[in-house]
Ligand binder design. Structure first.
Ligand code: NAD
Length: 293
């Protein structure tokens, strides 16, 4: 029988962590959300508040549901506040060193029965699991961005992940009303293995002067019927995350076809990370996004 998950801990209150907190709370689960500082946690809570206000405006949520959901989400200033969670989902910055440190510090605070998951877009689940004290209770639960709107969740088992963990994760995703798909533990799993090389190629197309930002995005929106252009999508995902996924593909599969475009590296080095920093392939500081090239 699958273990019932009632309380979720979330490490990282950025765009993904706040989205995961929101869908869990709306589904009736208790949530404790952690980040490096109270300001970051507050920013995550403010994002959730804003997202819920938009859902109310669209009649997809009512005021009572919003109030109840917000009451279920509690800030967790440190990992010691996650001791009564049944599942802790790590959704911190896409950097293996950062995640390793989190798991090492987190595990001693957790209940023995707690499952641990990572929302990583690309890093090996088996390798991350090995930094915990419970690789058999560790799994990849990869939500898509924006979490409240995207239906898919990829489930990725590490080499040691037990059936009970997998079944609990499946039941948890069903409770959120989302659809799970299963990927083997290879760099970037399924969605990003396909999506990120396309985005990287769009950046090469820009880098080589084949088209402007606007030309490339219009081409793919109207020529391939994509809802967003690839550069717009890159800004939405976060250019640091895009670069990190390409690096993992490049290193993990040792194939030069995955080499990150130097222009992507340059944007990240400039701190132009896309929407989250107000500037990426578009500049979002004005009333409407303006292409930066
Ligand atoms: P983000 O930059 O919006 O948020 C990351 C958060 O992690 C920040 O608030 C940061 O302060 C926090 N953090 C960093 N170190 C921490 C630590 N030691 N302890 C606690 N919190 C810490 O990034 P994001 O887009 O939310 O991505 C988070 C994870 O989700 C990454 O692994 C990413 O690959 C994955 N992901 C991202 C997307 C996407 O489209 N952006 C989609 C699916 C999965």
């Amino acid at each position: 029988m699958a273990f019932e998950i009632r309380k979720i801990g979330i490490v990282g209150a950025g765009q993904m962590g706040s989205g995961i907190a929101q869908v869990c709370a709306v589904a009736g689960l208790d949530v404790a959300i952690n980040d490096v500082s109270q300001e970051r946690i507050n920013a995550g809570l403010a994002t959730i508040n804003g997202n819920m206000a938009r859902l109310i405006a669209r009649n997809q949520l009512n005021e009572a549901q919003r109030k109840a959901a917000l009451e279920r989400i509690k800030p967790a200033a440190s990992f010691s506040h996650l001791g009564d969670c049944d599942l802790v989902i790590e959704a911190a910055t896409e950097n293996e060193e950062v995640k390793r440190k989190i798991f090492t510090a987190l595990c001693p605070s957790l209940a023995a029965h707690a499952f641990v998951a990572t929302n990583t877009s690309s890093i090996s689940i088996t390798r991350l699991a090995s930094t915990t004290d419970r690789p058999e209770r560790f799994i990849g639960i990869h939500f898509m961005n924006p979490v409240p709107r995207m239906q898919l969740v990829e489930l990725i088992r590490g080499i040691a992940t037990e059936d009970q963990t997998f079944e609990a994760a499946k039941a948890f995703i069903a409770k959120l009303g989302k659809t799970a798909t299963v990927s083997e533990d290879f760099p970037a799993f399924i969605v990003n293995r396909i999506l990120l090389p396309m985005i990287n190629e769009a950046i090469y197309t820009l880098y080589e002067g084949v088209g402007t930002v606007e030309a490339i995005d219009t081409a793919m929106r109207l020529g391939a019927n994509h809802p967003m252009g690839p550069l717009q999508l890159a800004d939405f995902i976060g250019l640091d995350t895009c670069l990190s996924v390409m690096q993992v593909l490049h290193e993990g599969l040792a194939d030069s076809k995955y080499r990150p475009c130097p222009l992507l590296v340059k944007y990240v080095e400039a701190g132009w990370l896309g929407r989250k920093t107000q500037r990426g392939f578009y500049d979002y500081r004005g009333e409407r996004p303006v292409p930066t090239r």
